[in-house]
Design a protein around this ligand. Structure first.
Ligand SMILES: *Cc1c(COP(=O)(O)O)cnc(C)c1O
Length: 196
């Protein structure tokens, strides 16, 4: 479980960690910098925000996992900065499973070509997929998007591409995590239900 901590204070994040949370998800770098400065290695830090190019250098430095990789250019930059830092960053490919034009992530049919362009990078390691899916009132409405993402996850895993493993499937939030787990998620990202 990743505790999605956007908008929370370092004190709230620390309280969650004391209650047993091991992984914190952050969307915003300013927040992440202050939380990580204060809490550091008492948690693992997953980047779950939009991976804009001007942020990638800082993301490379601060985070343990990047869940939102969605372009070759972002992968190239992340690889470059991780090389400078002497680290190998585990990354998840973000899938825009709802095909929503305003959302980040690659369309499901574009995941193969993205992976083919980035599997050779030595300082990032693709370890799975992440999806948000459209937001619904009824979590059952999320199910088809989670099923489709899991099918893609299994298909890519079956290709046995060097340097790529399909180990982590990150899907489901406060409203939808139960459906997501039923459909194969092994990472859920929960904000509201933990912090409110
Ligand atoms: C905020 C956020 C979550 C958690 O959402 P809740 O509905 O508060 O559980 C999960 N994933 C991402 C990428 C988020 O930005």
């Amino acid at each position: 479980m990743v505790a999605a901590a956007k908008g929370r204070t370092s004190a709230e994040v620390l309280e969650a960690i004391k209650a047993g949370v091991k992984i914190i998800g952050e969307n915003y770098l300013q927040e992440a910098e202050s939380h990580i400065g204060m809490i550091g290695t008492h948690a693992k830090w997953h980047f779950i925000g939009a991976l804009q190019q001007n942020k990638i250098k800082t993301v490379a430095k601060l985070f343990d996992v990047v869940e939102t990789l969605d372009s070759t250019e972002a992968a190239r930059l992340l690889d470059k900065y991780c090389a400078q830092l002497g680290k190998v960053m585990p990354v998840l490919i973000e899938i825009n499973s709802g095909r929503e034009p305003q959302k980040s992530g690659v369309l499901p049919e574009a995941a193969e070509s993205l992976i083919n362009q980035i599997y050779c990078f030595k300082h990032i390691r693709v370890m799975g997929l992440m999806t948000m899916g459209p937001r619904f009132g009824n979590p059952e409405d999320s199910r088809p998007y989670f099923v489709a993402t899991r099918h893609l996850f299994e298909m890519i895993g079956s290709w046995r591409i060097p340097n790529i493993s399909m180990r982590f499937l990150s899907m489901g939030m406060t409203n939808s995590y139960q459906v997501a787990i039923q459909e194969g998620a092994n990472i859920v990202r929960i904000g509201t239900k933990i912090f409110e």
